[in-house]
Design a protein around this ligand. Structure first.
Ligand code: APR
Length: 355
């Protein structure tokens, strides 16, 4: 995933460069600036003293010194004065200037804090939106791994109404206990086989909250009682011949049907090119659940099509985990905006799409 939203202390990240939300003097301060200087040690300050400061919206690079990161890219964000004084353009320029330096230096990974979203008072949700906009625009043309570090929960401010809507949607759908089915779809509690499940084998990992549905032809499940009559048995190669369209075949078909290019689709899904070419070249490739969901969102599939695509990767949208229910909420409401989906996932303490 070229853009990873993570919750961490940026001074701990060992990527090629971390970005510092500095002030114009570049001589240190509080917030992330203070944390970086503290972790990097005196050498960083000494080098910064040779740079002659930095203008708002611009960026300069130094060594990382005692930090795990090799470099620090210092940028100066705008102070928020209500939004009518060119703050947005200056903030966008901060991200572009830092990314331009990373590209020029051939860096492979860079981590950003939310510039100006602390002491400089930029509204956090707007600061986050600008960060995601500028980084994803850059990633459409460039290959680099970018971490966007969300340091405090208030950075994701989800609307009150949306929060209430999703909370009640979760209540409606959320299944209290996680189900564990043995093979042949028998619920351990009741001990009774269930005809409805006979044709699928359900494995539910209660810990991960992940349910893998393995579609298995009815004949392949040995009947619990009577032995399967000889004529019903099918040979292995007949069973294999019955195999449906695979995940990657469906993905490629959907990309064509939507009139998208491969690159437009995997970029919108925030999947890196290498992973996409692996999926493209191996008809039986099994992606992770979040990768399959990311493609379903990028292709704006209906709930039915999303379930079908997940099933081909061996997963199901389960009502026993909130991540899935929130995804189902957004697809049901026709909202495929990854940024808004991540805001909601973050608000409900779930892993984010693109992480
Ligand atoms: N790791 C990651 N993010 C962090 C960390 C950290 N260790 N510490 C703070 N942040 C986050 C804040 O939560 C905020 O979302 O960084 C974002 C930017 O906040 P500030 O550090 O206050 O930076 P900014 O709002 O750009 O103000 C810059 O503050 O520290 C001074 O010298 C700095 O004068 C400059 C001003």
């Amino acid at each position: 995933m070229p853009l990873q939203l993570i919750r961490n202390d940026i001074t701990k990240l060992s990527c090629d460069a971390i970005v510092n939300a500095a002030n114009g003097t570049l001589l240190g301060g509080g917030g992330v600036d203070g944390a970086i200087h503290k972790a990097a040690g005196k050498g960083l300050l000494l080098e910064c003293m040779t740079l002659g400061g930095c203008r708002t919206g611009e960026a300069k690079i130094t060594g990382g010194y005692k930090l795990p990161a090799k470099y620090v890219i210092h940028t100066v964000g705008p102070v928020w004065h209500g939004g009518e004084n060119g703050e947005e353009a200056l903030l966008r320029s901060c991200y572009r200037s830092c990314l331009a330096i990373a590209k020029e230096r051939g860096l492979e990974s860079v981590a950003f804090p939310l510039i100006s979203a602390g002491a400089y008072g930029y509204p956090k949700d707007q600061a986050l939106k600008i960060a995601v906009d500028e980084i994803t625009a850059f990633l459409l043309q460039n290959e680099i791994l970018v971490y966007l570090v969300i340091y405090d929960k208030s950075s994701f401010q989800i609307g009150e109404k949306l929060f209430r809507d999703i909370a009640s949607f979760i209540d409606d759908k959320y299944v209290d206990e996680h189900f564990t089915f043995n093979y042949r779809g028998r619920n351990k509690d009741s001990g009774a086989g269930s005809a409805a499940l006979e044709s699928t084998v359900i494995e539910s990992d209660a810990f991960l909250g992940e349910t893998r549905v393995l579609p298995v032809a009815r004949e392949a499940i040995p009947a619990p009682r009577a032995s399967v009559p000889k004529s019903k048995k099918i040979s292995l190669d007949d069973a294999v011949k019955k195999i449906d369209e695979s995940f990657s075949e469906m993905l490629l078909r959907k990309i064509d049907e939507k009139g998208m290019t491969d690159a437009a689709c995997y970029k919108k899904a925030n999947i890196d090119r290498k992973l996409f070419s692996k999926i493209r070249s191996d008809a039986f490739y099994r992606p992770s659940k979040t990768t399959a969901i990311a493609f379903a969102i990028a292709l704006e599939l209906s709930l039915e099509e999303t379930r079908e695509m997940l099933m081909k990767a061996g997963f199901a949208l389960s009502h026993s985990n909130k991540f899935d229910i929130i995804i189902e909420y957004f697809i049901t409401n026709g909202n495929y905006n990854v940024f808004e989906i991540n805001e909601a996932l973050f608000a409900f303490d779930q892993a984010l799409l693109g992480t």
